[in-house]
Ligand binder design. Structure first.
Ligand code: ZN
Length: 606
């Protein structure tokens, strides 16, 4: 009897020891920090260049300011070429005319024509095709119109016949050997007739088409000594830039461009005061109040997804949900939830940043909201500064060893004066707002601003990742090799953000996105926190690459290399072999990820 009781006691003790070990390991976050690397934010003065390219301009972008579509496409390509560090000049046929155009074109190695109506070139159209025949590389960067002069050279780019009416493009499918994420078709929201209906000869290499395969969207065709690439895709939008960037990489036999290589998941409004009471759909699905749901369902599930996909979350602190923007700004004294959630996030290798003293955007008394989201303005710039100082004090009192370097503006709204005050009254070094234009939103490019603040926009959000967002994620993966996602714990209280859907479906969709990213990036994308993303962007903008071709090798000179950096390398001809000064990883038949570790990298061609 005594013995049995003793054995039971031992089991209890062992159980406690086991639990202690699990909790201890969890608090150390041992298995997670090893899995992904850390990229540090650099002092701003270490970033000397912002997307500079070498001085000699080898590419000409040709557009027609008299044509709306051409002008929009020019704006898209302008950023695409800058980000890819293609040194280019721009030529506006609409204002500069075509006199001497042939002589001018002859000075360049490649050209991007973002033109619909090729009749503007008249007889000069033959000079353009002759230039290609002599070795020029021409990208037709947007859907061309069928016209008299276009038809004169259409055969040289492989077009046997074409129609005057455009075909509707409702989906985009890449060849598996071309873009990343080619395992599925991408649906285009609000499709319209936007691509030339063509029959191509068998010398064309089609690398993208619609799901029905009735329309070729991107093809490549060698012509004598040169090459045509046709991007028969008419949607000139920021969300589709990766399609245009990838088209450009088809021009040269081998091409390399810098990429960011980073994936980040932000948790907005986390930690923050947990709402009391019940949420309609949470009660429907789980039969519990909001606070219990957050701690016993939502947060454990979010952590599980993080473990499964090697994610290190970045949480953005909100001190209170009062909307006071004047007078005294009282501190929040209930800090238990912040300790609990915040430390668990940190122990998993995550990071904390700022979202706000409250949820009012940092907009001073002169700011005008164009859209009424119920927000106020602050009584003065001093009050904005006071709010940031209080948030800083509050956060440091709970997490004394943390640096708070990342800021996410409430509802992505931030005024220019708010941004300046933020830089001067906190340690914020990176702002993660939004990639796409909105009404009042502070929208960004991936770059470093003049004041040294790193701009790290977020691209997709929530658990309702719709067709548009999916295509945008696909596009950015191929353009910058980047993914940036954000969500809120209170999405489950808001019908517009997925409350009715329920957490089970919401989290399943989230898991699908994370799985899509793991697969599409071929497991090579770095899982970083918000400041890691900032550090990656700093290294990316500082690079000034120069690619030199030899008979059996290519040399990449990396001016501005800080420690390591990444490139995509596209090999249209042949296969790449040994690499000196970096690590080369094959992502598909023609695309490689290059990790550069030395100012000079040599890749052997096989
Ligand atoms: Zn928020």
């Amino acid at each position: 009897m005594k013995k049995r009781r003793f054995a039971a006691l031992i089991r209890v003790v062992l159980g406690f020891v086991g639990m202690f070990v699990v909790l201890f390991l969890e608090s150390m976050g041992i298995s997670y920090e090893k899995r992904s690397e850390t990229v540090s934010l650099l002092p701003p003065d270490q970033v000397m260049n912002v997307k500079k390219s070498r001085r000699e301009k080898t590419c000409l972008m040709v557009y027609d300011s008299g044509e709306d579509n051409s002008f929009h496409a020019m704006e898209i390509y302008d950023q695409v070429l800058k980000d890819m560090r293609v040194p280019f000049d721009s030529y506006d046929v609409g204002s500069e005319g075509i006199k001497g155009f042939d002589i001018m074109l002859g000075r360049y190695e490649s050209a991007v024509f973002v033109i619909g109506n090729y009749d503007v070139f008249e007889e000069k159209i033959f000079d353009i095709s002759s230039w290609v025949g002599e070795g020029g590389r021409m990208l037709l960067g947007m859907t061309p119109d069928k016209s008299e002069y276009f038809d004169y050279i259409a055969g040289k780019m492989g077009i046997i016949s074409s129609q005057y009416d455009f075909g509707e493009v409702a989906s985009f499918v890449s060849d598996p050997g071309f873009m990343l994420g080619a395992q599925q078709a991408y649906v285009i929201t609000d499709p319209y007739e936007s691509s030339l209906v063509v029959e191509l000869d068998d010398q064309c290499k089609v690398v993208a088409h619609t799901a029905e395969k009735n329309l070729p969207l991107i093809w490549q065709r060698n012509y004598k000594e040169g090459r045509f690439v046709v991007c028969n895709f008419g949607y000139a939008e920021k969300a589709y830039r990766g399609i245009f960037a990838s088209s450009y990489t088809l021009l040269d036999d081998i091409f390399a461009y810098p990429v960011i290589n980073a994936s980040t998941y932000y948790l907005d409004d986390f930690p923050s005061p947990v709402p009391s009471g019940n949420g309609e759909y949470i009660m429907r699905d789980y039969g519990m109040g909001i606070a219990d749901f957050y701690s016993s369902v939502w947060w454990p599930d979010v952590l599980k997804l993080g473990d499964k996909h090697g994610i290190r979350y970045t949480g953005l602190i909100i001190e209170n949900y009062e909307d006071k923007t004047y007078g005294e700004l009282p501190p929040n004294d209930s800090t238990a939830d912040y300790y609990y959630f915040g430390n668990m996030l940190l122990n998993k290798g995550g990071e904390l940043g700022f979202h706000g003293y409250n949820h009012q955007p940092l907009c001073g008394p002169d700011f005008m909201y164009h859209e009424d989201l119920g927000y106020k303005t602050w009584e003065s710039n001093e009050k904005i500064s006071e709010a940031i100082t209080e948030l800083s004090r509050f956060s440091k009192s709970i997490f004394p060893n943390q640096e708070f370097a990342v800021y996410v503006p409430p509802s992505d709204v931030l005024s220019m004066e708010g941004r300046a005050i933020l830089g001067s009254s906190s340690d914020i070094k990176a702002i993660a707002s939004i990639y796409f234009h909105g009404v009042d939103e502070y929208f960004q490019e991936f770059t470093v601003a003049d004041d040294g603040i790193v701009e790290t926009p977020r691209i997709v959000s929530g658990g309702i990742i719709d067709d548009y967002m999916t295509l945008a994620a696909f596009s950015e993966l191929n353009f910058h090799y980047v993914s940036s996602h954000f969500m809120h714990p209170d999405d489950l209280l808001d019908e517009d953000r997925g409350a009715e859907l329920g957490w089970e479906k919401y989290s399943k969709r989230l898991d699908e996105y994370m799985t899509w990213l793991d697969e599409s990036s071929k497991g090579q994308i770095r899982n970083l926190t918000g400041s890691g993303m900032g550090g990656a962007v700093q290294r990316y903008v500082n690079l000034i690459p120069e690619l030199k071709y030899d008979y059996n090798s290519v040399t990449l000179e990396n001016q501005g290399l800080i420690d390591t950096a990444y490139y995509f390398v596209r090999a249209n001809e042949g296969v790449l072999g040994n690499c000196y000064g970096g690590d080369l990883t094959k992502l598909n038949d023609t695309l490689y990820l290059l990790k550069v570790k030395s100012p000079k990298v040599v890749i052997v061609r096989r």
